[in-house]
Write a protein that binds this ligand. Structure first.
Ligand code: CBF
Length: 796
């Protein structure tokens, strides 16, 4: 530790010519970031040496998104030096929390999928598993959301300004990537040769983010590729007088790592996205293969040494790119290359939403990646032939990779991987029985489930030190190292003192959240009210609108029917994709409810609505520990898993939810007595669709629905009315808010009643915390390491 403080002081002296006393916070921030990174780099040196000596198999996690969250606190916590650094700085009158706040939250992802990737890297590193993450160094991450007059506005998030200090630039490992041009195949004495001409050459420059583990030897890296023009190549074009072509490459290079696409469950079908996907998969695979070849002088044993994971279809071009590298760069035959390829890749599906299953038009794709396209076509031809041989030709309508001039990337992943997994029991069942039913028949055993998990060291250890310290005292040992021990807490389920202590801790976290709300939105909230939280991307299927309808219902009841409910604060935070008009209307509607209630001296005594802008990892870390109620109310069958549900449960919030995604597993863990289930189940939803869902029937039949929607038409705070939402609900309601309305409202009454019984509520909350062990990312990643990748801990 002395070492660390000395290093910080030395950094300040050499970089700024300052002593610590004379430094400002920004200089100190830079010194802490850089010295923590250096410390991890040094630790990594020993770790990689060990890996080289053991020659063991490693995993590579390909993901277009990693929502890493702030790194400084995480690294100090994991290195076990946070307290010491804090008190050392305090002696010199510096507040470590203010330094933490200077770090941007790298928004290199949209939501659940990106955060899951980061939770997994953290967990794997904490458990000493050798894994490397690969993604893109987006110059602009997910937009910064500002709510102006209730409307979402998007602003660029230039995180690298202050974020760069955590990165290691590895200019020694740059890689060339080729786009456009034409390819010609011809046979020579040495086999097939492919000429690739007139292509545009781009350079991928690696930047490494060190990933620390909690009390572990491992330091893994997340390698982020940045695109730049190929100066040497462009110079040659320039010399030949081909100015236009040289500046075209520059323009492509400029654009590729410029920004993250801000749509999570939607395939936009843009050329830039194809380029981004190929750019990072090609760079990553070229690097993996090159390193492997350098060590073994052959690629025959690639699958014995490397498991490459495709996180959703975004990195699906890994499959044809691996074929290209093996055949074109290392002279493998098609058959041999395919044999290696299908032993290397595993794929996770994260959604069944049709609009999110990526498809590319051949007309768009083929000119950008001519060689990759011919390889995909050949994979498809051979796959179709195989289906003919096994008598599955009639299923090609759903299974062929190229269909109606579109390339179906999920189908490519299934054909080219040895394992496909869903992310919760229900989701995997739907994949097997419905979405990919034909594939499941021809590939028995290929589809498996790994229910998602979360990095409890961040979501409890760091976000809720009060609860962590308390549990440490109570349970002894280092339960944060192994979350399965948390179940010991059940022993105290009837211990009044423990229950009261837990209640006190929740109160403290609610106070902190209330302060944030006051500072951010200027709203005073009652700490004793129920903090009811729905935080996640804004999507119709997640049904923030159902939550809002319940609020309208309560408003009417309080204002006109004398209802005096237990006070409740409804807290929302969510980003909407920039082009998603309905989602933006829903945000405006929620903000309008907030204003309308604030302006009403009667209603605001009972309910409040708060919409917190710019939802991101750092904000989640403030909201989640302060929640009493966790809203997980997606239409059954639509949410693949959810992970916010797990983070909230771990922090003692009680779930009101449908039997969807991992809510099913939460229900299995805590039982009916400790969560609030409502709504149609997946088969009932499917039946209702099949029968023909008519939301108007509910509007006409259920007086509460009619009254709520009719009242909603009259809401008008600043001239914006919501008839469009009302008409949409009555006439379309694609996610069946009206069908689930009554059941939801009744369940909310039960929530209120339960909260009124303090002992019961606290006991339920304790049971939720105690049963959250299975949702640790340690458990989930162990299922990947043991069941899918077959890799061991470093040195074993
Ligand atoms: O599996 C992680 C998460 O991925 C999504 O966010 C996605 O982008 N497909 C799903 O919507 C979540 O249900 C899931 O938890």
């Amino acid at each position: 530790m002395n070492h660390m403080t000395k290093d910080i002081e030395q950094y300040l002296q050499t970089k700024f010519g300052n002593s610590l006393e004379d430094s400002n916070e920004r200089q100190l921030y830079q010194a802490l970031m850089a010295e923590t990174r250096n410390r991890l780099s040094k630790k990594r040196y020993d770790y990689t040496k060990k890996l080289k000596e053991s020659g063991q198999k490693q995993a590579y996690y390909m993901s277009m998104e990693f929502l890493v969250g702030r790194t400084l606190r995480n690294n100090l916590f994991n290195l076990g030096i946070e307290d010491e650094v804090r008190s050392f700085l305090a002696e010199k009158n510096f507040d470590l929390d203010r330094i933490y706040d200077m770090e941007p939250d790298p928004g290199l992802g949209n939501g659940g999928l990106g955060r899951l990737a980061s939770c997994y890297l953290d967990a794997l590193t904490s458990n000493d598993y050798p894994v490397t993450g690969f993604s893109i160094l987006y110059e602009f991450g997910i937009f910064k959301q500002v709510i102006a007059n209730g409307w979402q506005q998007e602003y660029p998030d230039n995180w690298l300004g202050m974020g760069q200090y955590g990165l290691v630039h590895r200019s020694d490992e740059e890689i060339e990537i080729k786009f456009y041009g034409k390819t010609e195949e011809h046979w020579t004495n040495e086999g097939l040769k492919v000429n690739y001409e007139d292509y545009k050459s781009i350079i991928a420059e690696p930047y490494d983010l060190m990933i620390s583990g909690y009390k572990s030897e491992a330091v893994n890296v997340l390698r982020l590729w940045k695109s730049k023009a190929n100066a040497g190549f462009d110079m040659k074009l320039f010399e030949r007088g081909e100015y236009a072509r040289s500046s075209e490459s520059e323009a492509i290079a400029e654009s590729i790592s410029k920004l993250l696409y801000p749509a999570d469950d939607n395939n936009e079908g843009k050329a830039l996205r194809i380029k981004q996907q190929y750019f990072f998969t090609s760079a990553s695979l070229q690097q993996i293969v090159k390193n492997h070849y350098k060590t073994y002088g052959s690629l025959d044993n690639l699958a014995d040494k490397a498991a490459i994971h495709i996180n959703d279809t975004h990195p699906s071009m890994c499959i044809p790119e691996m074929m290209r590298i093996l055949m074109d760069d290392y002279n493998y035959s098609w058959e041999k290359a395919w044999e290696i390829t299908i032993k290397v890749f595993a794929y996770t599906n994260h959604t069944i939403m049709a609009e999110a299953l990526e498809k590319w038009s051949v007309d768009l794709f083929a000119p950008i990646l001519p060689r990759i396209y011919t390889i995909i076509r050949e994979i498809n031809n051979r796959f179709c032939q195989y289906c003919n041989e096994i008598g599955a030709a009639s299923d090609l309508e759903s299974m062929s990779i190229i269909h109606n001039n579109m390339i179906r990337m999920a189908n490519l992943c299934i054909v080219g991987s040895y394992n496909v997994n869903g992310v919760s029991g229900l989701h995997t069942d739907i994949l097997k029985a419905d979405t990919f039913e034909a594939f499941n028949r021809i590939y028995p055993g290929k589809f498996n489930n790994v229910t998602n998990g979360i990095a409890h060291r961040r979501w409890l250890g760091q976000a809720n030190p009060e609860l962590t310290n308390y549990l440490n005292g109570l349970l002894g040992g280092d339960f944060i190292k192994d979350l399965s021990n948390i179940e010991e807490l059940l022993k105290y389920a009837d211990d009044k003192t423990v229950l009261a202590d837990l209640e006190k801790i929740k109160y403290t976290k609610k106070e902190q959240l209330a302060k944030y709300i006051k500072d951010a939105n200027g709203i005073n909230v009652d700490i004793n009210s129920i903090f009811d939280v729905q935080v996640k991307r804004l999507h119709e299927y997640k049904r923030q609108l159902l939550n809002a309808l319940h609020i309208v219902y309560l408003y009417r009841q309080i204002k006109f029917n004398g209802l005096r409910p237990r006070p409740r604060t409804f807290i929302f935070a969510a980003k909407a994709s920039s082009g998603y008009v309905m989602a933006k209307n829903i945000i405006k509607f929620i903000c309008t409810l907030s204003d309308m209630i604030e302006a009403d001296p009667l209603v605001r005594n009972y309910i409040k609505v708060v919409f917190l802008e710019d939802y991101r990892v750092t904000l989640a870390e403030i909201i989640i520990p302060g929640a009493n109620v966790s809203e997980q109310i997606s239409q059954a069958g639509k949410e693949a898993s959810g992970t916010g549900n797990m983070k909230l449960m771990l922090n003692g919030a009680l779930t009101i939810g449908t039997l969807d995604g991992a809510n099913v597993e939460i229900h299995d863990a805590v039982g009916d007595d400790n969560m609030f289930l409502f709504g149609l189940k997946t088969p009932e939803v499917n039946d209702l669709y099949a029968k023909g869902y008519r939301p108007r029937d509910y509007y006409e039949r259920v007086p509460e629905i009619k009254e709520t929607l009719d009242f909603m038409r009259t809401i008008n705070v600043d001239g914006t009315r919501f008839d469009n939402l009302v008409d949409y609900l009555i006439n379309q309601d694609p996610y069946m808010c009206l069908a689930d309305f009554e059941s939801y409202v009744n369940k909310q009454k039960e929530v209120e009643e339960a909260y009124g019984d303090k002992d019961r509520w606290n006991r339920m909350s304790l049971v939720n915390i105690a049963k959250s062990g299975i949702f640790s990312a340690d458990r989930a990643t162990q299922e990947y390491t043991d069941g899918i990748w077959h890799i061991a801990r470093a040195g074993r």
